[in-house]
Design a protein around this ligand. Structure first.
Ligand SMILES: Cc1cc2nc3c(=O)[nH]c(=O)nc-3n(C[C@H](O)[C@H](O)[C@H](O)COP(=O)(O)OP(=O)(O)OC[C@H]3O[C@@H](n4cnc5c(N)ncnc54)[C@H](O)[C@@H]3O)c2cc1C
Length: 288
């Protein structure tokens, strides 16, 4: 193995200077639960920039009625934040599924996002939430929505030297609920064969006025499915609407065939998972 430099800057400017300094392969290190495994499988960065000591990235705070989640906030910190968990239970559904308690104590949602696995469990619910990714680079700060941030398996719109600083989850209207479900052959410590996130808002009479539906592990990146959301909007999310949602979710899938699930299986299960997630989101929306 070649020599590797490890740096733990205390400021964002310090991290940016390090990342733009050399010509060799540099990687941001958050929890390391993906990165260290990749390094054991042959990835050889010359420089690791540990971002966990940068105060701005560890903040988890209410902002304009929503929440800003710093990129170095761990999954466990998010799960244990009661107000956040009440506001976005579907996001918490996804985060809770990431690995074991030990993994969640290290892993970050920012890392789950930046690793850009099509099966990443936090991503579908972040997309249905309309989460905004905060990014900093040498040319300043920019923002993008999660669905545009992810560009393919293991690929994001981050330019060389850029760092994700936070995720901003917006304020929710009343009578809103979200949920995320995944199918895996095992109950835990497994990768989603299919994941489905639904976020919906009802009006005072129980009619669905807004909805977003996103599927994981059925395409090269998480898939926002407007046709599935349209099946819910204007309805009371009754059985007929849920059936149309399931059909639209299945129709949108373009999955791979692998040892964990065939194409046909994934397509069918995507509809089932989307319908069940919508039922949970609906029950949560009715409670608020
Ligand atoms: C046993 C085990 C079980 C797992 N189970 C699941 C599971 O069920 N579901 C699931 O979705 N994942 C699972 N994972 C994968 C992993 O834990 C998650 O993807 C985790 O959220 C990654 O976060 P991290 O902070 O550890 O990222 P890291 O490993 O530190 O980083 C991941 C990648 O993102 C980059 N990166 C990280 N933060 C930033 C940033 N702020 N800006 C720019 N780039 C950044 C890194 O350079 C690296 O390329 C599992 C992992 C293990 C080891």
């Amino acid at each position: 193995m070649r020599e590797m430099r490890y740096e733990a800057p205390k400021t964002l400017q310090g991290a940016l200077a390090l990342l733009s300094g050399g010509n060799g392969l540099a990687r941001v290190l958050a929890g390391g639960t993906d990165l260290l495994i990749q390094m054991r499988s042959g990835l050889e960065p010359e420089l690791l920039v540990d971002i966990k000591g940068i105060p701005e990235l560890t903040v988890l705070a209410a902002e304009n009625g929503g929440y800003r989640v710093g990129a170095a906030v761990t999954c466990m910190e998010l799960i244990e934040h009661e107000a956040f968990a009440r506001a976005w239970p579907g996001v918490i559904d996804g985060v809770k599924l990431i690995g074991s308690i030990q993994v969640k104590g290290r892993a970050t949602v920012g890392g789950n996002l930046c690793n850009a696995s099509p099966a990443a469990d936090s991503v579908p619910a972040l997309i249905t939430a309309g989460a905004v990714v905060g990014i900093i680079g040498r040319n300043g700060r920019r923002e993008t929505v999660v669905e545009d941030f992810l560009t393919g398996p293991g690929k994001t719109s981050l330019a060389k030297g850029e760092i994700v600083t936070s995720l901003l989850l917006p304020r929710r209207p009343p009578h809103s609920g979200d949920a995320y479900l995944r199918f895996t052959p095992r109950t835990e410590m497994d990768i989603a064969v299919v994941g489905a996130g639904v976020n919906l808002t009802l009006d005072d009479s129980g009619v669905c006025r807004r909805a977003r539906v996103c599927l994981g592990a059925v395409a090269e990146r998480a898939l926002l499915v407007p046709e599935a959301a349209a099946a819910l909007i204007g309805t009371s999310v009754d059985a007929a609407a849920l059936k149309r949602l399931a059909a639209a979710a299945s129709a949108a899938c373009r999955p791979i065939d692998d040892k964990r699930g065939t194409r046909e299986f994934r397509i069918k299960v995507a509809g089932v998972m989307a319908r069940r997630a919508a039922e949970i989101a609906l029950a949560r929306a009715r409670k608020i």
